[in-house]
Design a protein. Structure first.
Lengths: 462, 176
């Protein structure tokens, strides 16, 4: 037994507290001591400094740039975008640059691609199992019934099926299909060798864009054929023959033209433009056909008479003759001209040089001819068989005879029409009759150069 | 308690000093009685750490007192854990032992020699904490339970046993 005297404790805290009261008082008197004053100052300074730090705005908690729902939506959108891009990349549906980038990243990270061929198995154990149905070769035996255990490989692993095979006596081995295939075997098409087609005939020497089957000088031949056809057209006996480029109208539209004669003044073959157009189906779907179009400057002059008139009139037609033709293997045939000049109706991309003014011909020559032409209009011609101009002057024949007063060529203006190759002279004239009446006015005269002289086509006065 | 009326006044020096002068003796006694190695340094750390949570206490003096001793207890626990992990033995060197010229140190030496303090050291850690908080810091049972993280009933039981043990120690020594 301990010799220590026990303190009689009652129930509750009161008895314990009263028993320990002296010790507690001693503890309070010894432990409740104010720290040293310098320590108090030091600690209070620390507290104030800490309070100032906490009150500084820089320690304020910064709010997030985006509210929480928006951040969540943004993260969700980014995840969905990443997954979608991965799927598109695996399917190869991304644009080429993005597909290249994703494949580069996948290759760097070692991610297997779906279109990559897996490496061939090195061992038989790791070889893929065949999926075709198994055929078992059963050897005949003396007994008529056999229980054969066959392990089917493709469908399910380690599936053992017992097949009862009834055998007839024939000694030859029989081949029997054990189990119908679970799925129809995929047909395997053996590789076929692609036989290259026989090379066609070597291309011709089409160094100048020569159509197939055409000679190398097809352009010159086409231009020559056009010129020849123009000569044939010059033999026409109408003012506007069909299939010919010349076109003219009679002075009196109410009376038919007679005794029409044409002559080819010029056909500038050197300025001809030859174009070949290949039609794949041909006109009758029979095969490719080529049509050649030739544009060639031409000038034709003619004469004609009209009913009731004795003196013939001059006529003229000039411009760009457009001829179409085909090649029959040896020459151009079916040459047909468009009526009139083709200026303004050329094929797209085709440019034809215009008619050029005759070299060495000035303005004085037509004016000299014009002065004589006024005389032919007011006085009867000495030779009624010589063609004359079509005169349209306001001079009454009943008041005649008329005479030209002054020189109508004086102050006249001469212009060259490059589209038709003719000249136009404008000026003023004055006529006087024997009765004393006079006619004054402006005139427009049309002339052409036939290679040697100017010929007056018409003189129209106002 | 000369405490500011509003929580915003905790940033003023006067309010903080009055808080310190009111609670520092009890906190220091709690730390010293609990056996803290450096009670004064720990006291400064406690009152610096207290600043952050003072605005949440409002104007309730009991809440402030409870908050301060909660921080002190946590710091004490942290220090004990540090000593457990960094414990080392240092040989006594009388030649380099500093002289005790300070009267404060002399008082502390005298306190350590007090029978009540020596009796307090014989209690368990929980009993010692309960006695110090209830009888020295003058906290209620509920506040003591909140600071120590125990139930009020456990605090009462521990307190009763602690007082009995303390009275037994002090009286026994006195009998001898």
């Amino acid at each position: 037994m301990s010799a220590r005297r026990r303190i009689p404790f009652g129930s509750g805290d009161h008895s314990a507290r009263s028993a320990a009261a002296p010790a507690l008082n001693e503890l309070r008197s010894e432990l409740l001591v104010m720290p040293r004053e310098e320590l108090v100052e030091n600690h209070v300074d620390m507290m104030v400094f800490e309070a100032q730090l906490l009150a500084t705005p820089r320690f304020a908690k910064t709010r997030a740039a985006l509210p929480r729902p928006r951040r969540a939506a943004f993260v969700l959108l980014a995840v969905c975008g990443t997954l979608a891009s991965c799927g598109l990349s695996a399917a190869g549906a991304l644009p080429a640059p993005l597909q290249h980038i994703t494949e580069s990243i996948a290759h760097t990270l070692g991610v297997p691609q779906p279109h990559h061929t897996p490496p061939a198995p090195k061992s038989a154990a790791s070889a893929p199992k065949p999926t075709t149905p198994t055929t078992v070769v059963v050897r005949p035996a003396p007994t008529t019934t056999h229980h054969v255990t066959v392990t089917t490989i493709p469908a399910k692993p380690k599936v053992v099926q017992h097949v009862v095979v009834h055998h007839a006596p024939p000694p030859a081995p029989s081949v029997q299909s054990v189990q119908p295939p679970i799925a129809k075997a995929r047909p395997t098409v053996p590789p076929k060798r692609i036989k290259p087609r026989k090379p066609g005939p070597p291309p011709s020497n089409n160094s100048s864009n020569t159509p197939a089957g055409y000679p190398n000088n097809w352009r010159r031949l086409a231009a020559a054929a056009t010129t020849a056809q123009l000569r044939d057209c010059a033999q026409a006996d109408t003012l506007s023959p069909a299939g010919c480029p010349q076109i003219a109208t009679a002075a009196d539209a109410s009376a038919p033209a007679q005794s029409v004669q044409w002559s080819l003044v010029s056909a500038t073959q050197s300025d001809a433009v030859v174009v070949a157009r290949v039609h794949p189906g041909g006109p009758n779907k029979s095969g490719p056909a080529t049509t050649v179009t030739v544009y060639e400057p031409f000038q034709m002059s003619g004469s004609y008479t009209q009913t009731g008139g004795a003196q013939p009139y001059r006529t003229y037609s000039g411009g760009i003759a457009a001829a179409t033709m085909t090649w029959n293997g040896s020459s151009f045939t079916n040459i047909t001209f468009s009526s009139g000049s083709a200026v303004g109706h050329l094929l797209p991309g085709v440019t034809v040089p215009p008619l050029r003014r005759p070299a060495g011909v000035g303005d004085s020559a037509p004016l000299v001819v014009l002065q004589a032409g006024f005389g032919e209009c007011v006085t009867p011609a000495a030779d009624p068989t010589v063609p004359g101009p079509v005169c349209s002057l306001p001079a009454d024949a009943a008041s005649g005879p008329w005479s030209v007063v002054g020189d109508p060529a004086h102050g006249a203006t001469v212009t060259f029409n490059a589209d038709q190759g003719d000249f136009t002279v404008t000026g003023s004239y004055s006529l006087a009759s024997a009765g004393g009446s006079t006619v004054n006015g402006q005139y427009v005269a049309t002339l052409f150069f036939d290679g040697q002289n100017f010929q007056i086509l018409s003189i129209t006065g106002s | 308690m000369g405490r500011p009326s509003t929580s915003n006044a905790w940033t003023s020096r006067d309010g903080l000093e009055s808080l310190y002068r009111e609670l520092a003796p009890a906190v220091l006694g709690y730390l010293r009685g609990s056996g803290a190695a450096e009670p004064e340094d720990l006291l400064g750390d406690v009152f610096v750490a207290v600043i952050r949570g003072l605005p949440n206490c409002g104007d309730d003096p009991a809440a402030v007192r409870r908050w301060v001793f909660t921080v002190a207890h946590h710091r004490l626990v942290d220090e004990r854990r540090k000593l457990m992990t960094r414990s080392r033995d240092v040989a006594f060197d009388a030649q380099h032992e500093p002289s005790t010229d300070d009267c404060y140190d002399e008082v502390l030496n005298r306190i350590s020699a007090s029978p009540a303090v020596r009796a307090l050291e014989t209690l368990t850690a929980d009993q010692r904490s309960v006695v110090l908080l209830r009888d020295v810091a003058d906290l209620s049972v509920a506040d003591t339970a909140h600071v120590l993280g125990k139930k009020p009933g456990a605090v009462k039981t521990t307190h009763r046993r602690a007082l009995a043990a303390l009275a037994n120690r002090v009286t026994g020594e006195a009998v001898r």
